[in-house]
Design a protein around this ligand. Structure first.
Ligand SMILES: Cc1cc2nc3c(=O)[nH]c(=O)nc-3n(C[C@H](O)[C@H](O)[C@H](O)COP(=O)(O)O)c2cc1C
Length: 349
């Protein structure tokens, strides 16, 4: 049996009658499917516990509860995938509408619940999706053993960032980093990848369990969106000079917990990860926007117009590697880009 806990927020004002209606319809359905639990309504928040057969709880959550337009911002707090006994065997869905209660205790609970909810949502924004997924499935991330996995790693960073960092105002610098991170995150998530880390002006992402095609498509979206943003920015904005290089490598990584209780990270490690940033830095030497390792080409399933950039000995590597780019991407005249950035940061637009 499975037990699941989630919180959500009203999407609009709901009356006592609205809450009763949710409860009645829930009880009718839950009784038939042997689902038990309770629903607390406090301020503009719901807190619900559902327990029953695993597939029934999942179906109820995904097909009836999540799509219900009366609430939004659903956040699964915890799932216990294998519980032996019900905690609430007599409640097919007991509703506690604490907004109706006259005493002051519900007010105290409402404050507690809303502050917990608020901090949980903020922490969720800072946390990697893979970690949240584990929590939602009832897996304790700290108990997950390290594993080896074949992935494509994508690394992107902002060209000339140290020059911007030295000269432009803090808000503008952070704006640049945020735009780059947002462009990369949207492209990576859109192609089914995971953003692993924001490394200042860099973004480290990976694509587990799929061919490198997704990473290539994400790289193309990143470069396309950056070009659009440059074109849409006026001459007074540093965004006019937002250029990034992207590097792609396919290979084995170690995925797991690193750190200590003082500071933990659930991350990927290994030569494939190091190589991605080394390969990305070669965009500057080779005047290209995208550098690709041969491992990506060997595993790609679609036909891409790969073009060899010759063999290179990269820092920290013992063997020369043949690097590639896509013939269809226009070349980057790195000297021009640096010259324009230099002129922008020293003389202004
Ligand atoms: C906060 C909240 C909790 C809900 N809990 C349940 C539930 O436990 N069981 C259920 O079948 N539906 C639940 N629902 C969904 C609705 O009650 C139900 O899908 C919707 O009213 C359609 O009902 P109908 O089948 O009677 O038209 C919940 C909806 C909300 C907003």
């Amino acid at each position: 049996m499975k037990r699941m806990y989630y919180v959500s927020r009203f999407s609009r004002a709901l009356s006592g009658q609205d809450i009763d209606r949710i409860g009645e319809s829930a009880q009718r359905y839950n009784r038939q499917r042997e689902i038990t639990g309770f629903l607390v309504c406090l301020g503009d928040a719901f807190f619900q516990v559902l327990e029953g057969a695993g597939d029934e709880v999942d179906r109820l959550y995904h097909e009836r509860i999540a799509p219900d337009e009366r609430h939004k911002d659903l956040l699964r707090l915890k799932t216990e995938p294998e519980v032996e006994e019900r905690l609430f065997p007599d409640w097919s869905m007991k509703v506690f509408n604490l907004n109706n209660a006259a005493e002051s205790l519900p007010f105290a609970f409402r404050e507690m619940l809303s502050s917990l909810l608020e901090s949980h949502r903020i922490i969720a924004e800072y946390t990697q999706p893979s970690l949240l997924e584990m929590l939602e499935q009832g897996i304790r991330p700290t108990s997950v053993a390290p594993r080896r996995e074949r992935v494509t790693v994508l690394y992107s960073d902002i060209i000339g960032f140290s020059r911007f960092a030295e000269h432009v105002a803090a808000e503008e610098l952070i704006g640049l980093v945020n735009s780059h991170a947002e462009i990369c995150s949207a492209a990576v998530i859109g192609e089914g990848g995971q953003v692993n880390k924001l490394t200042g002006d860099g973004v480290l992402a990976y694509f587990p369990g799929r061919s490198p095609d997704s990473a290539i498509e994400a790289a193309l979206s990143i470069l396309g969106e950056m070009a659009r943003q440059r074109a849409a920015s006026d001459a007074t904005s540093a965004h006019r000079h937002l250029y990034g290089g992207v590097g792609l490598v396919h290979g084995m990584v170690h995925e797991g917990n690193v750190g200590s209780p003082l500071k933990r990270d659930f991350t990927i490690l290994g030569n494939t990860v190091n190589l991605a940033s080394r390969i990305e830095s070669m965009t500057r030497d080779l005047d290209v926007r995208l550098t690709i390792d041969g491992s990506v080409i060997r595993s790609a399933t679609r036909e891409y117009p790969f073009e060899s950039l010759g063999k290179h000995l990269l820092k920290g590597q013992s063997k020369e590697l043949e690097l590639f780019t896509l013939r269809t991407l226009s070349r980057l005249d790195i000297k021009d880009v640096y010259r324009d950035i230099e002129a922008f940061v020293t003389q202004g637009p």
